[in-house]
Write a protein that binds this ligand. Sequence first.
Ligand SMILES: C[S@@+](CC[C@H](N)C(=O)[O-])C[C@H]1O[C@@H](n2cnc3c(N)ncnc32)[C@H](O)[C@@H]1O
Length: 574
Amino acid sequence: MNNSLLYGDNLPIMREKIATESVDLVYLDPPFKSDLNYNVLFKADGLTSDEAQLTAFKDTWTWDSAAQTTYDELQNTSNVTLVNLVNALQVGLERTPMLAYLVNMAIRLIEIHRVMKPTGSVYLHCDPTASHYLKILMDAVFLPTNFQSEIIWRRTGSHNKMKRWAPIHDVLLFYTKSDEYTWNNPRRPYMLGHVKEHFVEGENGSYKTDYYGNVLTGSGTRGGESGQPWRGFDPTAKGRHWAIPGKIWEEAGIEPTGLTQHQKLDLLFEKGFITITEGEAWPMYQLTITPSDGPAAPDIWAYQPYTEGTVFGTTEGVDADVRWLSPQDAERLGYPTQKPLGILKHIINTSSRPGDLVLDPFCGCGTTIAAAQMLARRWIGIDISPFAIELIRRQRLEGAFPHLKVGVDYEIDGLPTTLEGARMMAESDRKGFEIWAVSKIDGIPNDKKGADKGVDGRIPFRPDGKVAKFAVVSVKSGKLKADDVRSLMAVAKREESSSLGFGVLVVLNPPTPGMKADAASAGTVEMHGNRYPLNQILTIEEILKGKKPHLPLIDPTVGYRKKANLADMQGSLL
Ligand SMILES: C[S@@+](CC[C@H](N)C(=O)[O-])C[C@H]1O[C@@H](n2cnc3c(N)ncnc32)[C@H](O)[C@@H]1O
């Protein structure tokens, strides 16, 4: 499958469009069962807070007929453990919102398991609200033996919560489909204090162990060769035994399987990792490190502010590469629950190879897509919000990778490309259709209609090249009414200080001659030597052909944050 951005519910999409055993890595960041609805907040001077926000997605659950249908469907899966588990949860939790959430997740986990290659990995991002239930579902789908890690990610600075520990972490459950999977040995840099205490400066920025006489031994005596003397050194006599740190083998690039303890020591001695000096109490082992070395990356990812300068080889603080996004972070696109590129890069770098296929079935504003593209992986992103898909198209793809061409380098699927498709979307998801139509003509969609019932969005333009003004947009997907144009003109008039009187009516069905006459009667204004009609009617058919409203200097970037920072781009497949 090509790089693909797919609009819609991920369950039917995965079932119908993603082949069995085709995906190398899945990252999913579904709703967490937070009982909240999330809004996109646009940054647009001149619009009120209501005008500049849009519901992005809902994370509220009820036990309704849809939940019951999913529950019934789960009874027919071939995974008996999962069926038994869901039934047990039903007994324990009863038909509550939590059970509704869990059955929704369970049925999707089955599909995720199906599409993963036998060597695939999956990271489920959640939080303590439901992580304990999700882990048992993951155990049932992926098997407990394929559970690899529970990662604790520090997602924020601090919270003031009365009478409980400030909740500042998310949970990532890492499972694989089998015990053979891609693992690129991630490292964390040493702390500078550790390096200064245990190492001395070597050549070219490297450091080496100063003296680690007994590092080849462990405390306590042992039988067998581990306790026997080697080259004149007797560990048992000093209450110790031979024990060689795994790090030495990695550094030496040797796999010591099949060797006895003494043979391993011999091999290291021959390779120069062990020196024997007369008069020393122990054979000496020397480890050389550079800033790219470090201990194995742990399962706690916690950026620590104000630790800059304490990490070996960098001026950044502890875990700076997985730091959370601050409210004003340059990376932010304004999409709620957006995750930092850093954690996605960490996961993708560790659990996949260039060219591998990465799937994010709840892709939001496309953090996974951006990270995968930067790291030369192939990608599939799915989201049920048409706004999220449009945001990714505009900011993550066209904005950040202008050399990539839709239809050539990637596909966008599920949003209408034909009039018939638009009609179907308007029938099945009217609100989604309106959001899509407004985004398509570079507008800021809005669903908090307030007093102006018919306003579905506003198009930013800069008639003087500086201050943004906003033409009001109304989308009509149903039968047109005789006064549709006049109502819109009344709103544009009322908002004249911000709209300059401009209104754009978007219609799915052809406008009547009366409507056209009404629009024409609104007149035109002259700006910079051009005439602009104050009221414009655009049909969806015209919009699909690329037509935009005729306004002076439309600025599609107003309201949207900057595009993702590409300074650290590491290459691209395309
Ligand atoms: C927590 S957000 C993901 C944020 C994302 N990781 C990012 O960095 O932007 C969850 C997303 O899942 C989407 N979503 C919820 N239910 C879905 C479904 N059934 N199919 C596809 N997407 C869904 C929502 O629209 C929302 O964008």
